[in-house]
Design a protein around this ligand. Structure first.
Ligand SMILES: [Zn+2]
Length: 486
C-alpha cells in the first residue's frame, strides 16, 4: 500500500477530558485548588466512605450545558448518572460516577476551516486520584485530591482524516472552551487531556481495528503519535497482517506507541444507574438562560471583525482563534480615537498575524500575553511609523529590539538614535543620484509610465538603507522629474 492510499483511509476520533474550574468538587464541598498538599482536599464523600451520599454541584451542570451549547449540541433534559465499575488504586470507591446512555449533550459540531467535525457527546463525570511513583521507592503513593474533580468528556465522531486535522480540531476546540471560560484549558496541569482513536480502512468499505492512544500531553504529541500510528498500522496492513484492537501508550521521548492492554469493551465496566443520585430534569427555561448568557464565540467574533474592520476572512479567523489574541487586537483598536477607520484595524491585524505570531511560535509561548509586548507597545510602534519618525522596515527591527531589551518602542528608537530620514535635502540628493543612475526609468516616467516611479522609489530606499520616508521620496522624485504624472 502506498502512503497515499494509507492516508486516504485514515479514520481518527478524539476524546477530550476537560477539567472545570468550579470552586468545589462535583459531588461534595471539597475545594479544587491546584497544587494543594497531597490528600488535603478530601472528605468522606470523595473518598467513597460507606453510607455517604453525593450531591451534584449545580455549577457543574451549568458549565456542562454551556459547553454543550457552545459546541452546538442538543441538551438531554433528563439528567442520569451511571456507575462505571473498575478497580484501580487511585479510585477508592472502585467505580466512577459518569454518564452513559443519556449524555448531557449530543449531536453537536465544531467548524474547522474546511470541514465540519461532528461532536458525538458531551457528558459530566468525576475524576480519579493520582498515583505517584518515586524512583527507587518500593511502593507507590496516592493523592486523592483529584478524586471528584468535575470533568466534561467531549467525544468527536471519527471525522478526522489526518494528524494535521486532529491538531486543527484540538486548537479550535480549545479556543472555543477558552471563550466559554469554564476551565483554564492548561494541558500541563492536566486541565485538558486527550485520547486519540485511530484506524486504517484496509478496503474502502471495511472498518479497520481501532487503536486508542493514551498519555498524550500536548497537541504536538497528539499529531506525532497519530503519524507514528498511521505508519505502523499501514506497514502491518501492507505486509498482509492484521491490526490488533488495543490501547497503546505514547512515549514522547522515543517517539513511539507501545501496546498496553487489549481494549476493554463497554460491558466490562458493568454500567448501571447511580442509585444515590436520582434522575432529574433540566427545564427549557434553565437551558435557555444558559444559552442567553453564552459569550461571543470565535466564529461570530471573526464575522464581526470582518464587518467592523474590513479584515479578510483568513486574518479574522487567525485573530479570533484564541481569546487572548482577539482581546489584544480589540484593546489596540479601541485605544484609537473614534471613529475607528477600517484601515487602522488592518494595520494592527497585519502586525499581530505576521510578526507577533511568528515570535510567539518561535518562542513556543502559550499566548500573546506571554510575549511581553502589550497593546500599548504596538500602538506606540505603529504611531512611530504613522508619524513618519521611523520607516516600516525600521519598525520590524524596533519590535525585535523591544522584545529583547524589554524597553518600549519609543525608548528603543531614542536609545539607538534611529530615525527615518525626513530631511528633504538628504532625500533630494539621493533622488538626484537615482535619476542619474536610472535614465531609462526616468524617461519612462516622463513618458507617462506611472510604475517607473515606484521602481525609482525602491532604488532610493535601497540607497538610504530603508531610512528615507517613502512618501517624501515619492513627492521629491515627482517634483524633480516633473513628468506628465506629477
Ligand atoms: Zn470531598
Amino acid at each position: 500500500m502506498s502512503r497515499q492510499t494509507a492516508d486516504s483511509a485514515v479514520v481518527i476520533g478524539l476524546e477530550v477530558h476537560l477539567q472545570l474550574n468550579t470552586a468545589t468538587k462535583i459531588f461534595c464541598g471539597c475545594p479544587t485548588r491546584f497544587g494543594a498538599p497531597p490528600n488535603s482536599q478530601v472528605c468522606p464523600v470523595c473518598l467513597g466512605f460507606p453510607g455517604v451520599l453525593p450531591v451534584l454541584n449545580r455549577q457543574v451542570l451549568r458549565y456542562g450545558i454551556r459547553v454543550a451549547l457552545g459546541l452546538n449540541c442538543s441538551i438531554q433534559p433528563k439528567i442520569v448518572f451511571h456507575r462505571k465499575n473498575y478497580f484501580y488504586p487511585d479510585l477508592p470507591k472502585a467505580f466512577q460516577i459518569s454518564q452513559y446512555d443519556l449524555p448531557l449533550g449530543s449531536s453537536g459540531f465544531v467548524d474547522l476551516e474546511n470541514k465540519k467535525v461532528r461532536i458525538n457527546r458531551v457528558h459530566m463525570e468525576e475524576d480519579a486520584g493520582k498515583l505517584i511513583h518515586k524512583e527507587g521507592e518500593p511502593a507507590s503513593l496516592v493523592d486523592y485530591n483529584r478524586c471528584g474533580i468535575p470533568l466534561l468528556e467531549i467525544v468527536s465522531e471519527p471525522d478526522l482524516c489526518s494528524p494535521e486535522e486532529a491538531y486543527a480540531y484540538l486548537k479550535t476546540l480549545k479556543g472555543i472552551l477558552q471563550y466559554l471560560e469554564v476551565s483554564d484549558c492548561d494541558m500541563e496541569k492536566g486541565s485538558l487531556r486527550c485520547d486519540a482513536n485511530v484506524s486504517l480502512r484496509p478496503q474502502p468499505d471495511v472498518l479497520g481495528a481501532k487503536v486508542e492512544i493514551k498519555n498524550l500531553n500536548s497537541f504536538k504529541a497528539v499529531a506525532r503519535s497519530l503519524s507514528y500510528e498511521i505508519r505502523r498500522q499501514g506497514e502491518i496492513l501492507e505486509e498482509g497482517g492484521r491490526v490488533v484492537q488495543e490501547t497503546r501508550l505514547w512515549d514522547d521521548v522515543k517517539g513511539v506507541t507501545q501496546g498496553m492492554r487489549s481494549k476493554e469493551f463497554a460491558h466490562d465496566y458493568r454500567y448501571f444507574p447511580e442509585p444515590d443520585l436520582v434522575p432529574f430534569s433540566v427545564s427549557t427555561e434553565e437551558v435557555e438562560a444558559v444559552r442567553a448568557a453564552l459569550p461571543e464565540l470565535p466564529a461570530q467574533r471573526a464575522r464581526r471583525f470582518m464587518a467592523a474592520y474590513g479584515l479578510p476572512p483568513a486574518d479574522a479567523r487567525q485573530l479570533t482563534a484564541e481569546k487572548a489574541t482577539a482581546d489584544y487586537f480589540e484593546q489596540c483598536v479601541k485605544a484609537l480615537p473614534a471613529p475607528v477607520e477600517n484601515k487602522r484595524g488592518k494595520v494592527f491585524a497585519n502586525w499581530i498575524v505576521s510578526d507577533i505570531s511568528r515570535e510567539i511560535n518561535e518562542r513556543g509561548l502559550e499566548n500573546i500575553q506571554a510575549l511581553g509586548f502589550p497593546p500599548s507597545s504596538l500602538i506606540e510602534l505603529i504611531g512611530l511609523v504613522e508619524s513618519g519618525a521611523i520607516s516600516g522596515k525600521m519598525a520590524k527591527e524596533v519590535f525585535i529590539e523591544s522584545l529583547a531589551s524589554k524597553k518600549s518602542p519609543a525608548a528603543v528608537v531614542a536609545a539607538k538614535g534611529m530615525s527615518q530620514v525626513t530631511d528633504r535635502q538628504a532625500i533630494r540628493e539621493a533622488a538626484l543620484a537615482v535619476i542619474q543612475e536610472q535614465p531609462k526609468a526616468a524617461e519612462d516616467f516622463r513618458n507617462g509610465k506611472a510604475q517607473a516611479l515606484m521602481f525609482m522609489v525602491g532604488q532610493l530606499m535601497k540607497k538610504t538603507k530603508g531610512a528615507a520616508s517613502p512618501a517624501i521620496s515619492q513627492e521629491i522624485l515627482k517634483e524633480l522629474l516633473g513628468g506628465e504624472n506629477s
